[in-house]
Design a protein around this ligand. Structure first.
Ligand SMILES: NC(=O)c1ccc[n+]([C@@H]2O[C@H](COP(=O)([O-])OP(=O)(O)OC[C@H]3O[C@@H](n4cnc5c(N)ncnc54)[C@H](O)[C@@H]3O)[C@@H](O)[C@H]2O)c1
Length: 262
């Protein structure tokens, strides 16, 4: 599926950043076998650190030139009830899920703005509209990120730079290891391949907001209805914990790589 996504698109170079460099290398090797004509570069970057973002962005620009499509996908979740969570993890969540988008854009968007051409995509979440018990800090980071992208989009248009497109993607629960065991009443689970497919289509078509699955698109205008349902105890406001069965091992591993002490 990942291969189908790249096929027929004029991708010449793919620069992939992640803090889990071993996993990234494995993925890149898989891609290299199928795409001998695409230059695939991997870089170890801790997106929780602005100085690493800026330093590595300079390396990318000097070695490979301007970035045409920027996709900010990295994300992390503490998975704890807020009052039980660690300040350090709350902060890392805000840094990765929101501030990293800001600094990545500051680092790579100037060339796009100058040419009035380019695409920026943020993988955000339905949790940027609706929060749940256990996701308070995660939702805060996603609400903030969506607000940031919306504001920046307006600024670019005001500056006459509507050739720089911003796409905000808000998926519901995705079947990945990060949220393994997540279980919420009324929850909709989608596959990562579907999210990737819809994301690339949205970027190509310059769509500003994508909510997935697409039948949840009325979400921004139906927020009142959701709050009404919330007053009736749905979803999970009845005291049940959607992360009760959550397997936090993947998030723990990534937090540890960020230097989190636990
Ligand atoms: N899985 C879901 O249910 C779900 C739902 C909606 C939105 N999202 C969002 O989708 C995006 C992808 O999540 P996923 O579910 O595919 O999880 P994932 O764990 O497969 O992907 C997230 C990636 O971010 C990387 N990362 C985390 N912190 C980093 C850091 N400090 N520096 C560099 N890289 C870092 C991880 O190593 C990982 O490879 C995230 O932004 C997530 O919040 C996920």
């Amino acid at each position: 599926m990942a291969l189908d996504l790249v096929k027929n698109r004029k991708v010449r170079k793919l620069i992939l950043w992640d803090i889990q460099i071993e996993l990234l290398e494995e993925f890149a090797d898989e891609l290299r076998k199928s795409f001998r004509n695409i230059d695939i570069i991997t870089m170890h970057v801790n997106l929780a650190k602005p100085e690493e973002i800026y330093a590595n962005a300079e390396i990318v620009k000097s070695k490979h030139g301007d970035v045409e499509v920027l996709i900010n996908n990295a994300g992390i979740v503490t998975g704890s009830y807020f009052m039980d969570s660690l300040d350090e993890r709350n902060e890392l969540t805000m840094r990765v899920n929101c501030f990293a988008h800001m600094y990545m854009i500051k680092a790579f968007a100037p060339a796009m703005i100058e040419k009035n051409k380019g695409s920026i995509c943020g993988i955000v979440s339905v949790a940027s509209y609706i929060s749940s018990p256990g996701l308070a800090d995660y939702s805060a980071s996603k609400f903030a990120c969506r607000g940031f992208l919306e504001g920046l989009n307006g600024e670019l248009k005001q500056m006459g730079k509507s050739g720089v497109k911003i796409t905000c993607v808000c998926p519901s629960h995705i079947n990945t290891e990060l949220f393994k065991g997540f279980d919420q009443m009324g929850n909709v689970t989608i596959e990562p391949e579907y999210v990737a497919y819809e994301t690339l289509n949205a970027i190509e078509n310059g769509k500003e907001l994508v909510i997935l699955p697409s039948y949840l698109s009325p979400l921004p205008i139906s927020k009142g209805a959701w709050e009404f349902l919330g007053n009736l105890g749905f979803p999970n406001l009845d005291g049940s914990n959607p992360l009760k069965q959550w397997d936090g091992k993947v998030a723990d591993k990534v937090f540890n790589k960020m230097g989190s002490k636990l």
